[in-house]
Write a protein of this length. Structure first.
Length: 544
């Protein structure tokens, strides 16, 4: 029962395990997605910052562009130097050129002029800030990007351009971290694919292969150092992109560790549930059933069933216990009634056997009186033989009435008395010259077949008395009954003259009776007439 309940509970928990396992896998995927979203969050924050910076620079340059073309060169230089001094960490240079690219004024001294962006103004229909490629700055490890705003004439052609060299290292928030902390790297990428690191990142931290295309926004892959990174790219300005990388190896390891821990929790939960089921089944079902089984096994009609008292078993077990108590009481009463009925039956059978014995004795006495008054010798002999049969049955019923086990008779004392009774008759008939020898083992036979055995012995001994010893010949009649496994072997033999020629014919009444009695016993009679007559019958002691 415990095993079946565990199987049922295990089957019922399969959906729970599936749901919990699916949720654990979903959480694992969410952990990885969180790491990927961290790169996107840093990228979006940094892009927003850079856009604001470039918008501020663009507004400043546009405000200068309205006044600078009308100023003389000296005043223009002074104005640009003042503007660059306002943002010394952001602007490396500010200048103004004409439509041919000739420098009109600038923030730097004349000896330092001629950097990137001093060429002719690029065409731009909207007159917005246009960025160039990265260039090295005067400070070691720094980089600048030239930014130019064309100033259109009335016909739409550029008449001049104002530009600035923007320092990247000072214009970028290098301390920005992903949500929840963690290590990350950031780069700015120009229109030519060149990258400038905004964090402490080296060449080995860049993605393998060619620079990402302009239409790529996010991807995951291996860095040149071999580690896996999650990359997110956003556009700051046309021609300028920002790329952020977040390491995925640590995130994957943490996600796998979290997944393993969740699986351990699920396994622990399942084992705890199974343990609770086992304990509950043991306390609520198995133990009460074993105790109840012990009570039932110890019950017998002589030992009344005792109900379990003061137990904490379930109500159903107590109901079953009370039902068994009521059933055992009914069975005990039925047992008493059956014992009384059996006793009455035994008394009735004993009385019946006693009355049958008395009636047979009366019949035998009447036959004796009839034989004595008969003038014919043959009639006297037949009546005497019939009287012997009746007396033998009377002796049988007397033993049955005194038997300790109803329906069974002990053969040893019965056969001994029967042969003694038949021997006394033979001795009287032959003046003591015929002797009886009886050898019987102690065994029992059911009453239904005892009458056939009685009549068979009587018939065989009577035939021997009548025919085996003619003209006063002396001799011995031997009766032997022994067990042979589950069978019994009866032998009635004499040392007389044997069977005469033709005595074993079909109409011989005595032999036919012997064969019929043997058949009723469940055996077959073997009759031989050499050196005396010998009747042998093997029959089962117990029959269904």
């Amino acid at each position: 029962m415990r095993g079946r309940l565990l199987i049922l509970v295990g089957a019922a928990m399969i959906p729970v395990i599936g749901i919990a396992g699916g949720q654990a896998w979903h959480d694992h995927a969410q952990d990885l997605a969180t790491a990927r979203r961290a790169a996107q969050a840093v990228q979006e924050q940094a892009v927003a910052y850079h856009r604001a910076e470039f918008d501020l620079i663009e507004e400043m340059l546009l405000s200068l562009a309205t006044e600078l073309p009308r100023l003389p060169p000296e005043a223009c230089d002074a104005t640009l130097r003042a503007a660059q001094a306002l943002f010394p960490r952001r602007l490396a240079d500010v200048w103004l050129v004409d439509r041919d690219g000739q420098l009109r004024c600038g923030a730097l001294p004349a000896a330092q002029r001629g950097g990137p962006g001093y060429g002719p103004p690029p065409p731009h229909p909207q007159g917005r800030l246009t960025l160039g490629g990265f260039a090295a700055a005067a400070a070691p490890g720094d980089a600048v990007v030239p930014a130019v705003i064309p100033l259109p004439a009335e016909d739409g052609t550029p008449r001049a351009a104002i530009g600035a060299a923007i320092r990247l290292a000072n214009a970028v928030p290098v301390e920005t971290a992903p949500p929840g902390g963690g290590r990350h790297h950031a780069w700015l990428i120009d229109r030519d694919g060149a990258a400038v690191a905004l964090t402490a990142a080296g060449e080995a931290d860049l993605p393998r292969g060619a620079p990402p295309r302009d239409d790529v926004r996010s991807f995951e892959g291996a860095a040149r150092s071999g580690g896996t990174q999650a990359w997110s790219i956003g556009t700051v300005r046309p021609g300028l992109r920002l790329m952020v990388a977040v390491p995925m190896d640590e995130a994957r390891s943490a996600a796998r560790a979290a997944l393993r821990w969740r699986l351990v929790e699920i396994a622990g939960f399942v084992l705890a549930c199974l343990g609770a089921v086992v304990l509950g089944v043991e306390l609520s079902v198995a133990r009460p059933l074993r105790r109840l089984a012990d009570q039932v096994r110890g019950w017998s009609p002589s030992a009344p069933y005792a109900a379990i008292q003061d137990s904490h078993d379930p109500r159903e077990m107590k109901d079953l216990d009370n039902a068994l108590l009521a059933a055992s009481g009914a069975l005990a009463q039925r047992e008493v009634a059956l014992q009384a009925a059996l006793k009455q039956r035994d008394l009735a059978i004993e009385e019946m056997n006693h009355r049958v014995h008395n009636n047979l004795q009366i019949v035998a006495s009447l036959l004796s009186m009839q034989a004595e008054n008969s003038p014919q010798a043959e009639v006297k002999a037949e009546l005497a033989l019939t009287r012997s049969r009746v007396r033998a049955l009377a002796t049988l019923y007397r033993h049955l009435s005194r038997a300790s086990r109803q329906g069974r008779i002990r053969l040893r004392p019965f056969i001994a008395e029967l042969c003694q009774q038949l021997g006394e008759h033979a001795g009287v008939a032959r003046n003591g010259q015929v002797r009886m020898a009886v050898e019987v083992e102690d065994m029992e036979l059911d009453a239904d077949h005892a009458d056939s055995l009685t009549l068979l012995v009587t018939e065989a001994v009577s035939n021997a008395v009548q025919h085996a010893f003619p003209k006063g010949r002396p001799g011995t009649i031997t009766v032997t009954l022994r067990s042979d496994g589950e069978n019994a072997v009866l032998i009635v033999a004499d040392d007389g003259i044997g069977m005469p020629q033709g005595a074993d014919r079909a109409d011989a009444l005595g032999l036919n009776l012997i064969r019929g009695f043997a058949s009723h016993l469940g055996g077959a009679a073997a009759i031989s007439g050499d050196d005396g007559t010998r009747v042998s019958v093997t029959f089962p002691l117990r029959r269904d």
